[in-house]
Design a protein around this ligand. Structure first.
Ligand code: F6P
Length: 546
């Protein structure tokens, strides 16, 4: 169905011209209970949406829109294992990976829980054996370093989570992630590794991805060049993949392959075998806690009423900003250094999911869909791009995330961090009028003329929306809940826009075109290109030969 033809869509389009244009200062002045009304809580996360550009009528219309387009029905279909990834004919069941209820899910008509439990037990046993030293390298040394080779969903989730859970790292463990096909990534990483104590996890759902396969082969060559035999490869290489034929062809024995299924999308796969490097770094228990935090959010998403449902409301508010108020981007701003890879992770999760312009029925959407996602940890971002967010011509809703308690209490560092976490949304919301700026300048001793000249530059428009996510502490549980919150937010938005959030055909064309160009760069073929590409290829060749 076309969501733009619903009654609620029409109402929201009108509200965009009225409520959407009201200054947040005004909305707060009018409604003292605004904070209570627009803050929500679930699974250890507190969401303050009162500084978003929403009003009561807007929220009602958004919930009406969700109902009219059938978000709840689509959610039920997803949890029931129906192939809601219609273009690929697949179910979307990453939630099953963090559940343990028999009979709850169906994948291709069968309960997947037995298979899930099987892989989980194998992962746990492997993890325990590596961590206890029962499973060692070919020369008998413990495997203390993990090098994960993967890209996209087979990299970003595990990198983000292992960084976020640094306080939970098991003493003496080390983990590296190699993703880029740029040889520098592998070379610089392996410089810091000892082949005798390194375990490679080759992570690729398809086991055909050019970058990953190239890195995996080079890693194996590096390993063999250290004096080890082909037989020793089995002690140092495991595969995380759905493609057992390809893992066998690479030379990895079945007992060293940890599988998953095509109903786990790459960018939703950190809960599957793809999470093995996480478990090898923080231990099995912490990995399970991560799963249970995500499961708590799944239960909330499935069971909470619409007007209290965190992912639903988070998604709908984001959609209001994006589609009806025409705000093109979202800034993800974790006030926690250990979440420094969260923006990169969410770029794939969100932009690969909802960066679509065709609806499921194949017709052009005709309205704005997935936003541009970017971000950096606060406070660093404040000294970089916040200028544009505060005073630029584009309004960018911000999502600020912070734990109240730090794992690393150090003097008043955390209070300072939190003060910034709280002050930035306040500044974005309140702003400074030109009159206020003029008065402030006068108070600081400026002349009338000087104050008049500078006031426009020192004024902040304010009324810039933000949402704040607060948790007590960043633990495996709260991190799991946070990631699941975003996954379901993306689902909700995709469901309203009517796009398929679970395919990614947009990444294919570049891959296809790179193949013949590779042959040309290796002087194995001549190609036929547009003048610009042909000119660049010629220039690259001449620079390389010169
Ligand atoms: O190129 C995009 C993509 O297909 C992602 O969706 C995926 O996460 C990534 O490549 C890696 O794929 P694989 O795990 O199959 O190597």
């Amino acid at each position: 169905m076309n969501p733009a033809e619903t009654k609620s869509w029409g109402v929201l389009s009108q509200l965009a011209e009225t409520d959407g244009k009201r200054h947040l200062r005004e909305l707060f002045a009018e409604e003292p209970g605004r904070f209570e009304r627009f803050s929500f809580e679930a699974a250890g996360l507190f969401l303050d949406a009162s500084k978003a550009q929403v009003t009561g009528p807007v929220m009602d219309a958004l919930l009406g829109l969700a109902e009219e387009v059938g978000v709840e029905k689509r959610r039920r279909r997803m949890f029931a294992g129906e192939p809601i990834n219609e273009t690929e004919g697949r179910s979307v069941l990453h939630m099953a990976l963090r559940d343990n209820r028999d009979g709850k899910y169906k994948a291709d008509g069968a309960d997947p829980m037995g298979d899930i439990e099987d892989v989980r037990q194998r992962m746990k046993a492997f993890c325990d054996a590596v961590l206890s030293g029962d499973r060692r390298g070919a020369t008998g040394k413990p495997l203390t370093t993990v090098v994960n080779i993967g890209i996209g969903g087979s990299d970003l989730g595990p990198v983000m989570v292992t960084e976020a859970l640094k306080p939970y790292w098991i003493e003496g463990r080390d983990v590296h992630f190699v993703s880029n096909v740029d040889g520098t990534h592998l070379v610089e990483t392996l410089r810091r590794c000892d082949p005798e104590t390194t375990l490679f996890t080759i992570a690729s759902k398809t086991f055909t991805t050019q970058e990953t396969m190239t890195n995996a082969h080079s890693a194996r060559e590096w390993f063999l060049a250290s004096g080890r035999s082909e037989a020793d490869v089995a002690s140092h290489f495991v595969a995380l993949s759905t493609n057992h034929e390809a893992t066998a062809a690479f030379g990895i024995e079945e007992e060293n392959v940890f599988g998953f299924w095509d109903w786990v999308g790459g960018r939703y796969s950190l809960w599957s075998a793809i999470g093995l490097p996480i478990a090898l770094t923080v231990g099995w228990e912490a990995f399970e806690d991560l799963l249970s935090g995500a499961h708590a959010m799944d239960r909330h998403f499935e069971e909470a009423p619409a007007d209290k449902n965190l992912p639903l409301l988070f998604g709908l508010i984001g959609l209001w900003h994006r589609t009806f108020l025409d705000m093109p981007a979202v800034a993800v701003l974790p006030y926690d250094q250990s979440l420094h890879r969260l923006p990169a992770y969410l770029q794939q999760a969100d932009m690969e999911s909802n960066g679509k312009s065709r609806r499921l029925d194949g017709l052009p959407a005709g309205y704005e869909t997935g936003p541009i996602v970017f971000g950096e940890p606060g406070t660093n971002g404040q000294h970089a791009f916040y200028q544009l967010i505060h005073q630029g011509t584009t309004v960018i809703p911000c999502e600020l995330i912070a734990p109240a308690v730090s794992h690393n209490p150090l003097g008043d560092h955390h209070e300072k961090l939190l003060a910034n976490f709280l002050a930035q949304p306040e500044a974005l919301m309140v702003g400074v009028t030109e009159d206020e700026a003029f008065t402030q300048l006068k108070e600081q001793g400026a002349s009338d003329e000087e104050a008049k000249r500078l006031a426009p530059h020192k004024a902040f428009p304010g009324g810039r929306p933000s949402l704040s996510v607060l948790m007590q502490k960043l633990t495996p549980e709260t991190l799991g809940a946070l990631i699941a919150l975003y996954e379901h937010k993306i689902f909700v938005q995709g469901a309203v826009w009517g796009v398929n959030s679970y395919d990614q055909f947009g990444v294919e064309l570049g891959k296809v075109l790179a193949k013949p160009i590779l042959a040309e760069l290796k002087n194995e073929a001549d190609g036929d290109h547009d003048a610009s590409t042909a000119g660049l290829i010629a220039r690259v060749r001449s620079l390389r030969s010169g």
